[in-house]
Design a protein. Sequence first.
Lengths: 199, 201
Amino acid sequence: MISVYRSGTSILHRLPPGLKLIGFIGLSLLIAATTTHLLEVVSASTFVMTGYALAGLGVRALASQVLSVRWVVIFMLVPQLLFLPALDAVTNTARVVLILALAALFTMTTRIPDLLDAAERAASPLRRVGIRPESVALLLALSITSIPVIAGFAATVRDAQRARGIPAHRVSFAVPLLIMSLKHADDLADAVSSRGIEQ
Amino acid sequence: MFKQSAWDVRDTTRVAAFAALIAVLGLPGALPVFGGAVPITLQTLGVMLAGTILGPWRGAAAVLTFEALVLVGLPLLSGGRGGAGVFVGPSAGYLIGWIFGVFVIGIIAFAGSGRPHWWRTAAACITGGILVVYAFGIPLQALVTRLPLAETALTSTVFLPGDVVKAVLATAITLTLWRAYPRAFSRRLTQRQPVRTDVAA
């Protein structure tokens, strides 16, 4: 779901990232607050599709984003169908999928360095309390890049335990995962220090 | 320009790794209760561990970083939720409670010196990870869902068994980690090695 940037020259690509982020937050809030009926779902999906068209991203890009959240759809839809009327369950799921598709549109049209620059500017008032804005940007960038790495560690630990026939036990799963993650953090620290990036 | 603080690159990367770890713990399907309005998740376990391993300030920084990524729009909360919407939804108070909760966990868990003790770690996870989080979560949930406070508190008791299990797990994991990899506990590491060796010398 954390999709890569798709290069382009559309109006969505050229919007300043800070403004785009505020707009995106506002639109997510609007969809989250208002989309409760079928008609609103239809109009919100039309809106999201228009956004994809504006960005020069076709139906295929939208479909691949929706496909990539299929587990979210299943995990949301099945329990909701048990507790709620079918229409409400579908509407609730559609609302989440729409917001996720909008989030993906934001991610696909915004380069992460631009976003981090915007975060750095937004964090500049923190200088007064002794926090350097550059450290905030570095922290956010390192966190984003660590997510796929640590997800890989989790898969490694799971596979290793499965290969040895150990049932998924949470303590024996979490401890190796924590050790691998903290070692990765220390490797990152060495890499950052060796590049002379000051803290 | 060097900052006059104990914070160094290693702390930044550990905070980043923990923020990513909390995100990864939300990746498998959460256990939704009441149609997924406020899902039960392993992410609370990650929050508790951030407190018991990183301590109050670094733990709170890890949770804040994770929530900043959620706010920016990455769908990292369990069940693939993310974006500003979750900060106005029924679970908003729990997200705010995490930040204060992890701080309290760190303060209690790191109150003594030396190795972590099971009773102090367990007390930290229950106080910070359950009481503080609920103290923020339940009133805000009542506000968002328009359900009276008492009823909201009653419905929230369905999370209590899961949260107690997670506090027990967090305690067991913290003590096992101490035996397996004491370097994980950054504050205790700096206490044992007060002088950093200079490689360039």
